[in-house]
Design a protein around this ligand. Structure first.
Ligand code: ATP
Length: 457
């Protein structure tokens, strides 16, 4: 368990992160030229690279490294009965209050209790409406008719796609309990409050793994998955004192959950949920069995064909929320005047090199005298193994700054000596140190540095 920090320890603020994300092409506001669409964001060239790396990293961790977990990509549109069975039609609601005076809308569980008790708006002191239930599912219609018979929902979680396929996967892939199914995909929630950049949005992506276990072994597996998910963030190189566990109290427990813990991260705006680890009991499969009329019991062929409904341990992380966490965690500012560069301060994203959108940038010291050609040739070579960038414009110090701000862990500089003896300098983002090495050793050296990477700050 980490020590309890009360305040965010880095220099990042949500304003700085939002502005850097836009400036460098990580994240843009959706439909910005029309004034923006709240609750939706677009991922630019660096953002999509970062998002892809986070999702590939999770996918590798959850599938490649576990023989007992397989993947799935289920449709966003599902039979509407799924959401009746899951309890979402009835229970997936937030308590909503409006201010009659300033028309602000709040989640009742997110405003101070004294305001709620006095029915006074926390913003303007005006009178609040009674609390009413507001369903978070986006509802639309499928087909030509727009009536009750054509209602369909955009999925509010990826989990249900896994439950309704659990029998298919047992049969097609001969999986035996305990086993898991992993999925990454979009989910949609009509969130009332969508501030804090991409933290809470109406359209987002989840990385979920549902692990099916024998009833009675669920508590043990729940603890095991808590351990594994904690270790995952350690491996990712996240500041571990910015993570903590939060157990759901009886009031917070979802309608399906037997026990639930969140991994919270200390964002600039405070401790917030990053991932949930839930013991969903046999609730989901029991309900789908009732609503579909299909037998979803597991037949344990190794134990006299015993039949039971597996319990489910779920690990549910937000991909887009993890991206925000990675940005906040990586963000740093430092004074660099003594390093002989032309700027006093630099902003640097200290991404783990395996997550950085650009792994290596190749920079010719000068455009002329064949240096640009040599640098392009080196970039072409490195491209086969790494994601690369090439930059020849401006003073070298400024180019380093630009790469630091994009979180590029390695810069290769081609200078006059390179032409003489086929060596280049390799510059490290975090320490700003440079080493001169033979061109032929570059790719291998970068690979080694990625493997051995340890964050220094
Ligand atoms: P909250 O109580 O904050 O609304 P939740 O407990 O309903 O969230 P879960 O249903 O457990 O969230 O979702 C699992 C994960 O999906 C969350 O830990 C979070 O990372 C992500 N997530 C959920 N809702 C959103 C959203 N609106 N925008 C971005 N990510 C989200």
């Amino acid at each position: 368990m980490s020590q309890e920090l009360t305040e965010y320890q880095g220099p990042a603020t949500m304003e700085k992160i939002t502005s850097l994300a836009k400036r460098r092409g990580f994240v843009f506001q959706s439909s910005e030229i029309y004034g923006g669409q709240s609750g939706a964001w677009d991922y630019g060239p660096l953002g999509i690279e970062l998002k892809n790396r986070i999702s590939r990293n999770w996918w590798k961790e959850m599938t490649q490294l576990h023989d007992d977990i397989v993947g799935l990509d289920a449709a966003i549109l599902m039979h509407p009965r799924v959401w009746e069975a899951s309890g979402h039609v009835e229970n997936f609601t937030d308590p909503l209050v409006d201010c009659k005076k300033c028309k602000s809308r709040f989640r009742a569980d997110m405003i101070p209790e004294e305001n709620l008790a006095a029915k006074k708006c926390p913003d303007c002191g005006g009178e609040l409406t009674d609390t009413r239930k507001f369903n978070l599912m986006f509802k639309t219609h499928i087909g030509a008719l727009e009536d009750e018979s054509s209602v369909i929902y955009l999925r509010p979680e990826t989990a249900q796609g896994i439950y309704v396929n659990y029998k298919n996967i047992i049969q097609s892939n001969r999986m035996k309990v305990p086993f898991g199914i992993a999925q990454i995909g979009k989910a949609f929630r009509n969130e009332i409050v969508t501030k804090n950049f991409i933290f809470r949005t109406c359209e987002f992506e989840q990385m979920e793994m549902q692990y099916f276990v024998k009833p009675g072994s669920d508590v043990e597996w729940f603890n095991e998955w808590k351990k594994r998910r904690w270790a995952y963030y350690e491996k990712m190189g996240v500041k571990m004192d910015h993570l903590r566990w939060h157990q759901h109290g009886p009031d917070e427990l979802a309608h399906y959950a037997k026990d639930a813990y969140d991994i919270q991260y200390l964002f600039p705006m405070g401790w917030r949920e990053l991932e949930g680890v839930h013991n969903r009991s046999d609730y989901d499969l029991t309900r789908h069995m009732q609503f579909s009329g299909k037998d979803l019991q597991y037949i344990d062929q190794d134990n006299n064909n015993d039949r039971y409904i597996p319990f489910i341990i779920e690990t549910s992380a937000g991909l887009t929320r993890t991206l925000l966490m990675v940005l906040c965690d990586a963000y740093d500012e430092e004074k660099v005047a003594d390093k002989g560069n032309d700027d006093d301060w630099r902003t640097v994203l200290r991404f783990h090199p395996s997550l950085a959108p650009v792994t290596v940038a190749v920079l010719p010291l000068m455009k002329k005298d064949g240096l640009a050609e040599m640098a392009k040739d080196i970039q072409h070579e490195l491209k086969q193994d790494f994601s690369t960038d090439y930059d020849q414009s401006g003073a070298i110090g400024r180019r380093y700054r630009r790469q630091d701000e994009a979180g590029t862990p390695f810069c290769v500089t081609v200078d006059y000596e390179s032409k003489d003896n086929n060596t280049v300098t390799l510059r490290f983002r975090d320490s700003m140190e440079q080493v001169r090495i033979p061109r032929a050793e570059l790719a291998e050296r970068i690979r080694k540095e990625i493997k051995a990477y340890k964050r220094i700050k």
